[in-house]
Ligand binder design. Structure first.
Ligand SMILES: *Cc1c(COP(=O)(O)O)cnc(C)c1O
Length: 393
């Protein structure tokens, strides 16, 4: 038996501090700006807006909160319909349910693993037939890779439906030279602990529509009307980010470009060392896009490789290495059993295939060379030993 305890755990993606976060947090303590909001929040919002090139940003308590606010701002309510990428973390779609609306899931396409323009077009034409267009389309940029935004925007513009870009995983990525997360009416980033930069927990809503974001701030602070007493004429949320956490975010944002470089370097090393293995295909990078490679993802053809993703995950687990399957598509989740779903083509659901064959390797920017070699050796040995088995058969 392997002694797991003797091997250092390698995490999928763990927080990586720059050293400057403490400075901003200390400033908050020294000035007693522990709460509410404060200078770190204001500065963090300005710095993110400037970094991605939008007019305004609102710092909130999570990426999920930012998506929820975006839906509220677009007037999504009970009975409305919202299209959403199926291959994603459930947080992309939960706020649709919070609003009492109906999600409709859209398949991926093979090259970006993100929303299929074919499936989107099909979903729209069906909705037109039913006389019920969606109020919004939530487009996810998986593992840092931008979706096919030109095609998706063209379709959404044609039907005049706004886009919410869930860029929780793609901060620091770009599409045709423009920052990922800035293509929709609203963009969403997450600073959850495993994302490319973290505030330990937090999110950001961005837009060029300063008026809408003013309203986002209002909704995110309990929708308090201007009055000397507590006056409310609608229901809001408690969604703002604290000044302490925004301080962590400022320190993190300073090294975002460096973190993107580090993750891309790790991806390239895996690509170089592992792409020659039978049945291993790394997630492509669409032409004219630059992925932050938040997580290195690949598919495994089990007939060629001689083992399944499930087998390989077990091998990694035995080595105390945290690897994960690709997100389970939302249309396959028990909680969304009754939900409408549109496939990439008549004969294929791309997200189903990616889920069954896809997995993610540890990709944290704080991984050592030794960590990376442990992952590489582990995967090589697993695949090559199986290849031996096949030859013996
Ligand atoms: C992490 C993530 C979110 C949610 O962000 P939180 O800050 O954890 O609420 C939403 N969408 C995607 C695609 C994510 O990966």
């Amino acid at each position: 038996m392997l002694n797991i305890a003797s091997k250092k755990r390698i995490f999928l993606s763990s927080p990586h501090m720059s050293g400057n976060e403490q400075k901003y947090v200390n400033e908050a303590f020294e000035s007693n700006w522990i709460a509410p909001l404060g200078p770190n929040v204001d500065a963090f919002e300005k710095e993110i807006a400037q970094y991605v090139g939008v007019n305004e940003a609102v710092a909130v308590s999570s990426g999920t909160a930012a998506i929820h606010l975006a839906l509220s701002l677009l007037g999504v309510q009970k009975g409305d319909r919202v299209f959403c990428s199926t291959l994603t973390f459930i947080a992309s779609a939960n706020p649709i349910i919070y609003q009492g609306a109906e999600p409709v899931f859209i398949d991926s396409e093979p090259e970006t693993w993100n929303m299929s323009p074919n499936a989107l077009e099909k979903a729209f034409s069906d909705s037109v037939k039913e006389g019920k267009l969606p109020k919004a389309v939530i487009v996810v940029n998986l593992y840092g890779q931008s979706a096919r935004m030109d095609e998706i925007i063209a379709i959404c513009d044609y039907y005049d439906v706004p886009i919410i870009e869930d860029a929780a995983e793609s901060l620091g990525s770009s599409y045709k030279g423009k920052a990922s997360g800035t293509f929709g009416k609203f963009g969403v980033y997450s600073f959850n602990g495993n994302k490319i930069i973290t505030t330990s927990g937090g999110g950001m809503l961005v837009s060029d529509d300063a008026e809408a974001l003013k309203r986002a701030r209002f909704l995110a602070t309990q929708a308090r009307d201007p009055a000397p007493h507590y006056q409310h004429s609608q229901i809001g949320f408690n969604y703002r980010l604290s000044n302490i956490l925004a301080g962590i975010g400022r320190g993190q944002l300073e090294v975002l470009d460096e973190r993107v470089e580090q993750r891309r370097t790790i991806f390239n090393k895996y690509l170089e060392e592992l792409s020659g293995l039978p049945g291993v295909h790394f997630m492509p990078e669409l032409k004219e896009t630059r992925s932050n490679r938040w997580l290195t993802a690949f598919t495994l053809n089990h007939q060629e490789a001689g083992l399944t993703v499930h087998d390989l995950l077990k091998v990694f687990a035995d080595e105390n290495i945290e690897a994960r399957p690709v997100w389970k598509p939302l249309h396959l989740q028990t909680v969304f059993q009754q939900t409408k779903y549109f496939k990439h083509s008549e004969k294929e659901s791309v997200s189903d295939r990616l889920f069954h064959n896809g997995m993610c390797l540890p990709s944290g920017s704080n991984m050592t060379e030794e960590d990376q070699w442990r992952v590489i050796d582990c995967m090589r040995n697993a695949v090559i030993s199986k290849e031996g088995d096949i030859r013996l058969m």
